[in-house]
Design a protein around this ligand. Sequence first.
Ligand code: MG
Length: 245
Amino acid sequence: MTEIASHRGGAQVWPENSPTAFRETARLPVEQVEFDVHPSRDGRLVVHHDATLDRTTTGTGPICDHDWADLAHLTLKGTDGERMLLLDEVIEIFRPTPIVLRLEIKPGVGMRRYPGLEAAVVACLRDHGMLDRTVITAFPVETLAEVRRHGRPRDLIWLVARPILLLAGGLPTALDIARRFNVPRLGLHEADLNATTVETVRAAGLGVGGWAAHEDEAIARMFALGVDVFTTDRPDRAVAIRARG
Ligand code: MG
């Protein structure tokens, strides 16, 4: 069965990565909840998409320039006064559910990896008994290699940036990189997925999933292609389309 991952907690239905989004996703018959993590200046693991605060909160500047005590006072735009959550708070929302965490380890401003973030994420998940209930994803393939040095999560998905597929060699190059870094599964943009790409990735012995399938047409295509899993800002629509069969 093709699994559904509620992207940023269902970003086109509720304010992304908000407590409301996660509580509502926890009530849906989806298999995964996707969210992103950045470190605060004092090393807390903050659930937020952008490296900076400006787009989604009342704050400004990079998350990693602020201590959590200050970040906790900021309000998420579009919410009724909600604040950002820490990783351990998101864990507690989903612990009573069968939903698997799909945690994306983000780079910081300028796409620079945060030193030690992979180790900190793995340690937090292990401390909370959630490492085997968490799929870790990242666009920088080195991030996944670093995760593996610290522990074994449920799964690892390399999110293949679209420009890689536009280069000469495209998908074969991506498969070479995946093999070199021992990545078990690729995530491709929904527009890059078709019967040929799915078959090519599977023939290389890797799993294949999609990301950014937000429109009904794209969601239906993910099910028709039978990819392993896909992320969507419309988990409500994905659930309805899957039920329709
Ligand atoms: Mg993400």
